[in-house]
Design a protein around this ligand. Structure first.
Ligand SMILES: *Cc1c(COP(=O)(O)O)cnc(C)c1O
Length: 382
């Protein structure tokens, strides 16, 4: 089976991890801060906070911003559940903004309409989480203009999008957001096994996320609210978590970061290959946003006739192609239905769901394997 996504681990990656295993620190050593600085520098952001997953990074971002009971977080229905769950962890409520039918990202016009309505009902969101689906940035400029008008915070879920660009600048420079979150799960663009990282230009938000990542405990005397009893003293000043990244993970991440641009270049070459080879089939191929250069985490085809969706998906699996579906709309998950959402709430997202199939795309996919995917797709859609 050719998987839809897969990590690419080199001998140098392995050596970098082994070097850490032979060193003095497996956690809370020098490599995590180096990885944080390297990712922040790559993106052009001032601060990076590395954690054990993007899910944790989203949670910390919401906590640092002060999301809590009585507040609302809005995100896209076409995302992984973590983009919405972070609000529920904080005791806040979730709502969704339907997607643009061409980019499958949160639609700025739908957002504007929903904000006007929420404003009249006194239910404006405190945080909006745009998700850069498949690695293609949302159209952030109009979303930021709405944030300035209605006073909400923006957390970019860029789990798919490290190495992507928007308006000729790297995703993650936080020009249009308070915080941007990356995932380093093995199927993503670069990996640390499990891992995530939040970048921000705000020193206050970075400090708060770093504090909450490690139990809410500080050892810095000037941050303590009580006089230290002695040199052994540490103080818990907030309720935090153990969301720390290990030194092994950071070493792997640093080594992977060196190949990020090469990974994205190869992914984009493969995507262009699919664009050409699948052009004549009864499919909608991924739409492009003129301001964005995708990191190509996913290549999502849409079956023209939604009645054939399941049949085409199964035919591809039968032919050894490990296709997947990103994503089941979050509001249709049983847990979210129990919160009051139902089919029909976000029709563009639901139409997308009735047609979408992710076909294999990863840096290590060979031309030969890609040809197999193309032949199988032609057969399946015959
Ligand atoms: C993978 C992913 C996450 C969660 O990332 P983890 O590192 O696995 O916690 C969140 N949002 C999106 C859009 C993702 O694809």
């Amino acid at each position: 089976m050719i998987p839809y996504g897969k990590q690419d681990i080199s001998e140098r990656d392995i050596e970098a991890v082994v070097d850490v295993l032979r060193s003095d620190f497996l956690t809370q050593g020098p490599v995590v801060p180096r990885f944080e600085a390297a990712v922040a520098a790559y993106c052009g952001a001032n601060h990076g906070v590395a954690v054990n997953s993007a899910t944790s990074a989203l949670h910390l971002a919401c906590r640092a911003i002060g999301l809590g009971p009585g507040d609302w977080l809005w995100t896209s229905p076409i995302t992984f559940v973590a983009s919405a769950n972070c609000a529920l962890y904080c005791g806040a409520q979730v709502d969704f903004v339907d997607i643009d039918p061409n980019t499958f990202n949160m639609c700025p016009q739908q957002l504007e309409k929903k904000l006007a309505m929420a404003d009249s009902q006194g239910r404006l969101p405190k945080v909006v989480v745009p998700v850069h689906l498949a690695g293609q940035s949302c159209n952030m400029k109009p979303i930021k203009a709405l944030a300035d008008r209605y006073g909400f915070h923006i957390v970019e879920d860029a789990s798919h999008a490290i190495g992507g660009r928007y308006r000729d600048e790297p995703v993650g420079n936080c020009r249009y957001s308070d915080i941007t979150v990356f995932s380093f799960h093995p199927v993503k663009i670069i990996t640390t096994g499990e891992g995530g990282l939040a970048v921000t230009n705000s020193e206050a938000l970075a400090e708060r996320m770093a504090l909450l990542r490690s139990h809410g405990i500080t050892r810095e005397p000037d941050r303590m609210t009580h006089t230290p009893d002695g040199p052994w003293y540490y103080q818990q000043i907030d309720l935090g978590y153990n969301y720390r990244m290990t030194e092994m993970q950071a070493a792997l991440g640093l080594s992977q970061l060196e190949r990020l641009d090469a990974f994205v270049a190869r992914r984009s070459e493969l995507a262009e290959g699919y664009d050409t080879a699948l052009a004549d089939l009864p499919l909608h191929l991924p739409g492009r946003c003129e301001n964005a250069e995708s990191s190509w985490h996913l290549y999502v085809i849409q079956v023209g006739d939604s009645n054939r969706h399941r049949e085409v998906f199964e035919a591809l699996r039968e032919r050894g192609i490990g296709v997947n579906l990103h994503y089941i709309p979050v509001h249709l998950q049983p847990y979210y239905r129990s919160l009051g959402f139902s089919p029909g709430d976000f029709p563009v997202a639901e139409d997308y769901y009735s047609r979408a199939i992710s076909i294999p795309l990863f840096a290590g996919l060979t031309n030969e394997e890609q040809r197999k995917v193309v032949v199988a797709s032609r057969d399946a859609l015959h």
